[in-house]
Each structure stands twice: as structure tokens, then as C-alpha cells.
Design a protein around this ligand. Structure first.
Ligand SMILES: Cc1ncc(COP(=O)(O)O)c(C=O)c1O
Length: 468
């Protein structure tokens, strides 16, 4: 099959994610290297979304590939009735690395959505055990008035936790609408923690008002008798790259403790160094009860993890963890993940991500001073966005959530970057994503910023009042 041939075959037979299929026109790839995708017609395209945030280490990282090759010669997969060196090593390293005591336990799956499902089910089973089985192991205790048991999950509108039924139902993103009306019950949405678009104003008083509302909501939903957990992305990803305002996570942790709720940090997108720390939650100095990892965890292998704190893990010492999956703890994926942790921990790697991330942020802020269509620049590490608006004063968005699947000038920007500047960055609802592989160089950052500068002429032109 020649190159054009396989692209056409793929277009005919592959169901593309989140798209009407007519017009699907994949670009045939010859090979990938570092931050770049080389096409069969000789183009070199920079991947500014790091392959949906999966390849934090860039494509074809030699140490990861070497670890995968070596592992493939030994064991690719056995069930968890057997132990393998990489599976044990990865579980131990994640248990020790994640904030909190080291006696955590890890459940491995293959996608962020599956790891979120495990987190939600784990949280509900933990609460069931807490309410009904808090006596000696296996002894049911009567808990009148508490039927059925704490099961509700508090999420937020600006969130995406995956496309399986439970994870989509716990997501506010418009992609949830494809699940409706058959959403999984038991999800309640709290306000977003979004300094640029807060319903509560700005500053510390706004954060407190937001937290007060969360607490009111928990009480109205039945408090510790009914609510199991709060599920949040430490830095919101798909819904606009939104770092939380100062004080928000400390407050959320206090609320969860006061009401016996578990705090679940979904780090599918933000984990593995993306924000300049191994886990984004480390920026906020709190310990979640459950952490979800996916995407970049397995680097080139589909691998995800649900990390249960000591407190939650202990709940399953004598009570069944009623969850499971074929391929859990896949040795090949775990070997890739262990190699990736070695790279992320190598001398100065994350320090450089933080330093170059600040440089990237400064360059993007500079762009905002010259382009009126940029309403907000925010992010940290190698995780940035330029939010585009029609009017800086009113903050009216250039593209609304309901226009996610409608072509607008925001999608035109993606087309321009790909066609004119050889930069791949799928169109986003709120603006332009700047999420390069962590190995991006300063010269590549300058190249990206110069291209975005040119692309912003399109959004500026779209909001310019017509000449009279
Ligand atoms: C925060 C978050 N959680 C979960 C998911 C779902 O991951 P996956 O697509 O691997 O199921 C995503 C995907 O974008 C995500 O960003």
C-alpha cells in the first residue's frame, strides 16, 4: 500500500473521534521524531498538542524505546496473580511519589476514562464500607437514615473526565451532551474556580464565596450521608487550561475533611511533569485521597493509573475492591512508564520545564499586549492557553461552548497554523492551546510564538469594527 493509499484506506475505514466522518482526510505519516511529525510528502509538522498531551517526552524517546524493547523480550503481559518487575516498580514509585503517605495502592487501566471510573467506583465502595462496615471486618452495622449510602460525586462544568458513560456523566464539557439523556445518575455540578470568569468576582473574597457555595451544595445534597467525593482537575485541561485561584484547593481539602468526602484529583492531562511538577496538585500543597493518571503515564502505551491513598487503600484490606479489567498492570506499559519517570527525574529536567515554561508564558503575555482578541493568557509549565474574546471589556468569547463543533475563526487559526506554519494544534473552544512536548527547545518556543503572532491577525481581524 503506498502512502496516499494507506491514508485513503484509513479515511474510509477508521472512525475518527468526535467528528462527522465525511471529509476525514488524515495526513500520511512517515515517521515521528522529538516534537515533530514527518509526513510522506516531506513536510515536518510540530505537534503543539503533544499528541493529545500523551507524548510529554516527545516522540521516539530513545530511553523509553530501549526499555520497551528490553521488556518485550521478557514479559509483555501476565495477570495480577503473577508479579512482574516493571509493574511492581511502577506501583511502588507512584505510591511513593504521589503526595501523602507511601502505603498507597495503585489500580492500572488503559485510559483516563477507565481510571476515572475506577476512582469513582473506589470512592463509592470506600464510602459504603465507611458507613455500613465500619465495625469489625465484614460485620454489617445498622446505619438508619443513611440509605442508600454516600454515592454522589461533585464535579464542575468546566471539566472533562472521559467518554465512557460514568466519566462523561461526571463531565461538564459539551461532549457530555452525546451521553444525554442516558447519563449515569449521582453527579452534581459545583461552580468553576476560574479567576478570569468567576461568578463570584475576584480575589480572596471570591474564592471564599465559591467555597461557601460548594459547602452549601454539599449540605443540600445530603452531606456525608449522600455525597461520596469531589472530582476535580487540579488545573482544568480541555475546558480552557484554568489554574485555580490561590486558596481554592486548601479550602476544598478542608471542606472534604469536614464532610468525610474524598477528594479525587484527575491528573490525566496534568500529570507526568506537564505543569513543571510531577503532579499539578503539588503546586497547591494538598494531598488528594485519589489521584488519576493517564495519557503521558505510559508514554507510547495506553496506560492509566488510579492511586488510592493509605486511608482509602486500607478500606479494601478486608472488603472487596469490586472492580477489575483485562490487561491491568500491563508489563510493557509499566516498563515504558518507569523509563519515563527516570527521564523526568533526571538532572534538572523538571526545573528546565518550569524555567522554559516561564519564558513561554512571558512570550505569550507579550503577544497579548499587541493583539486585542486575546482576553487572557494563563497556564504553567508547558501548559498554556490564549483565550480569545470579541471584546476585552465584556469578555464576550470568540467561540462559545455551544459552538464547539461549529467552524469559527478559532478553527480557522488551527488551519492557518497547520497549512502556513507547519504547526498542528487541534481547534479548541476557547482559544489557542500551547502545549508542546516538555523537551521543546527555546528556539522552537520562539518559532511557535512567531507563528501564533501571525495567526492572531486572523482573530484580531474578526473583531475589528468595520471601517466607515
Ligand atoms: C482530565 C482528563 N481526564 C480524563 C480524560 C479521558 O482520558 P482518555 O481519553 O484516555 O479516556 C481526559 C482526556 O482528555 C482528561 O483530559
Amino acid at each position: 500500500m503506498n502512502a496516499e493509499g494507506f491514508a485513503q484506506v484509513q479515511a474510509r475505514h477508521l472512525m475518527q473521534c468526535w467528528s462527522a466522518q465525511k471529509g476525514y482526510d488524515p495526513i500520511p505519516v512517515a515517521e515521528t521524531r522529538g516534537c515533530w511529525i514527518h509526513t510522506t510528502d516531506g513536510r515536518r509538522i510540530f505537534d503543539l498538542r503533544s499528541a493529545h498531551e500523551c507524548i510529554n517526552l516527545g516522540f521516539n524517546h530513545p530511553e523509553v524505546l530501549a526499555a520497551m524493547r528490553a521488556q518485550m523480550e521478557k514479559v509483555v503481559y501476565v495477570t495480577d496473580d503473577f508479579a512482574t518487575q516493571p509493574t511492581a516498580a511502577l506501583a511502588q514509585r507512584l505510591a511513593h511519589l504521589a503526595p501523602g503517605g507511601p502505603d498507597k495502592k495503585v489500580f492500572f487501566s488503559q485510559s483516563g476514562a477507565a481510571a476515572v471510573e475506577a476512582a469513582i467506583k473506589g470512592a463509592r465502595l470506600y464510602q459504603y464500607n465507611r458507613v455500613f462496615k465500619s465495625g469489625p471486618a465484614g460485620v454489617e452495622i445498622d446505619a438508619p437514615g443513611q440509605y442508600p449510602f454516600p454515592y454522589k460525586i461533585i464535579s464542575r462544568y468546566r471539566s472533562w473526565h472521559g467518554s465512557s458513560a460514568g466519566a462523561a456523566s461526571a463531565s461538564g464539557d459539551p461532549r457530555r451532551w452525546f451521553q444525554e439523556p442516558f447519563t449515569v445518575p449521582g453527579v452534581v455540578f459545583a461552580p468553576d474556580a476560574h479567576a478570569y470568569r468567576s461568578a463570584f468576582g475576584t480575589g480572596a473574597a471570591a474564592v471564599q464565596a465559591n467555597l461557601d457555595y460548594v459547602e452549601y451544595l454539599i449540605e443540600q445534597e445530603g452531606g456525608s450521608n449522600k455525597v461520596a467525593a469531589v472530582l476535580v482537575e487540579p488545573v482544568v485541561g480541555s475546558n480552557g487550561i484554568i489554574p485555580p485561584p490561590p486558596g481554592y484547593f486548601e479550602g476544598l481539602r478542608r471542606i472534604c475533611d469536614a464532610w468525610d468526602l474524598l477528594l479525587i484529583a484527575d491528573e490525566t492531562m496534568t500529570g507526568m511533569g506537564r505543569t513543571g511538577r510531577m503532579f499539578a496538585i503539588e503546586h497547591y500543597g494538598i494531598e488528594p485521597d485519589i489521584i488519576v493518571l493517564g495519557k503521558a503515564l505510559g508514554v507510547y502505551c495506553p496506560l492509566a493509573a488510579t492511586i488510592f491513598s493509605e486511608k482509602v487503600s486500607r478500606s479494601f484490606d478486608d472488603h472487596i475492591f469490586g472492580h477489575g479489567q483485562s490487561f491491568s498492570g500491563h508489563a510493557l506499559g509499566c516498563a515504558a512508564a518507569v523509563a519515563s519517570l527516570d527521564v523526568l527525574h533526571s538532572d534538572g529536567f523538571l526545573e528546565r520545564v518550569r524555567r522554559d515554561g516561564e519564558y513561554l508564558g512571558e512570550r505569550l503575555r507579550e503577544l497579548a499586549t499587541r493583539h486585542p482578541s486575546v482576553g487572557d493568557v494563563r497556564g504553567l509549565g508547558m501548559f498554556w492557553t490564549l483565550e480569545l474574546v470579541k471584546d476585552r471589556a465584556t469578555k464576550e468569547p470568540l467561540r462559545r461552548a455551544t459552538e464547539k463543533y461549529t467552524p469559527t475563526v478559532v478553527s480557522e487559526i488551527s488551519r492557518f497554523l497547520l497549512q502556513e506554519r507547519q504547526i498542528y494544534v487541534p481547534s479548541d473552544k476557547f482559544g489557542i492551546w500551547v502545549v508542546p512536548p516538555l523537551i521543546v527547545t527555546r528556539a522552537e518556543i520562539d518559532f511557535l510564538v512567531e507563528a501564533i503572532d501571525a495567526a492572531l491577525e486572523l482573530s484580531d481581524a474578526a473583531i475589528r469594527p468595520p471601517a466607515v
